[in-house]
Design a protein around this ligand. Structure first.
Ligand code: NAP
Length: 301
């Protein structure tokens, strides 16, 4: 697995990242997650994406327990976490309504909890999970800058930010933002044309692509694009050593000139292995467009 600097002054990550949003879906034990983390390392996937809210605020604790089972394991990984989304639940009894809060003090409070649960004294990257429509950029930046100064985060970034939201916050940062983690996949190609990926390219910032398989919808027969994508993948498989649709969908993201890092979401080891193999696929231009056409169900303009 290749490695990539996420930004000119940012940390180096594995080209593909393991995401933990769905980690609790199969109710795994810490031992099972520990084994999965070792499997990631064997595949060269050293970067782990999580968030305070994942598993209704319970994933980070499980990850911390899994990391603690192998001394030194944490130091072999780059950790990415996020904060800023609050929903009513037992972990937030004070919360009446789901909302965003990216004020500096709230981000710092959430981040300190993440550190404690993960059992570490720093993370390589901390992201504001969603833009908070009620917070001034200088307030958010003050929190991020404070965390950067403390050394508890090595880099700061955002997720789901528009280009103008990114610019506004970036202008207040002591150290430039290193990524925008966004939804980008065959069924959600909008970042190609809405300026998001262009902004990343211009700044040398690598986007992180969440839901690279559209959350599994590219395989769902009830989705009209799925049979077209299956047919297109079958047609081109022989040119890529029998690659599956899953692998071609990752390769489609990797091929974009902004160098996105796909964040893999599977809970299945064999799918993790197959995802890692996709990193070596270099899609031919016409196949990249053929997959776009199959996904959209119309020809290019
Ligand atoms: N920043 C944000 O706002 C944000 C939002 C969403 C996600 N994320 C990050 O992105 C990561 C990935 O997101 P995601 O989980 O939606 O990614 P994804 O890879 O697009 O979707 C994963 C889902 O697809 C299923 N799947 C995979 N291969 C399949 C196949 N061949 N046939 C049928 N189903 C298949 C998986 O099931 P199995 O487990 O059974 O394989 C899983 O349920 C998350 O873990 C999180 O770290 C970030």
């Amino acid at each position: 697995m290749k490695r990539i600097k996420i930004a000119p002054h940012g940390p180096e990550f594995s080209r593909m990242v393991y995401g933990t949003w769905r980690l609790l879906d199969t109710k795994p034990t810490a031992q099972e997650i520990n084994r999965r983390l070792h499997a990631c390392l064997e595949l060269g996937i050293t970067t782990l994406d999580t968030a305070e809210i994942y598993g209704l605020y319970e994933v980070e604790q499980l990850l911390g327990a899994a990391l603690a089972l192998t001394p030194g394991l944490r130091d072999k990984l780059e950790l990415v976490t996020k904060a800023g989304i609050y929903v009513p639940c037992s972990h937030h009894p004070e919360c009446r309504t789901a909302h965003y809060n990216a004020t500096g003090p709230q981000l710092i409070q959430s981040f300190e909890r993440s550190l404690r649960l993960l059992g570490t004294d720093h993370v390589e990257l901390f992201l504001v999970h969603r833009p908070d429509w009620l917070t001034r950029a200088d307030d958010t930046a003050a929190g991020l800058n404070e965390l950067l100064r403390s050394g508890k985060i090595r880099a700061a970034g955002v997720s789901n930010y528009s280009t103008s939201q990114f610019d506004l916050l970036n202008a207040q940062m002591a150290q430039p933002l290193v990524t925008n983690q966004i939804e980008f996949n065959l069924l959600h190609p909008e970042p190609i044309n809405d300026g998001t990926l262009h902004q990343c390219e211009k700044l040398g910032v690598r986007p992180m692509a969440w839901s690279p398989l559209a959350g599994g919808r590219i395989f769902d027969p009830s989705n009209s694009a799925a049979p077209r994508l299956a047919a297109a993948a079958k047609d081109m498989a022989s040119r890529y050593d029998g690659a599956t649709l899953e692998q071609l969908a990752y390769a489609w993201i990797l091929a974009h000139p902004s160098h996105p890092l796909p964040v893999i979401g599977t809970n299945k080891l064999e799918r993790l292995q197959s995802a890692a193999q996709a990193e070596a696929i270099v899609l031919e231009r016409e196949d990249w467009y053929a997959l776009w056409v199959a996904a959209q169900g119309c020809n290019i303009p």
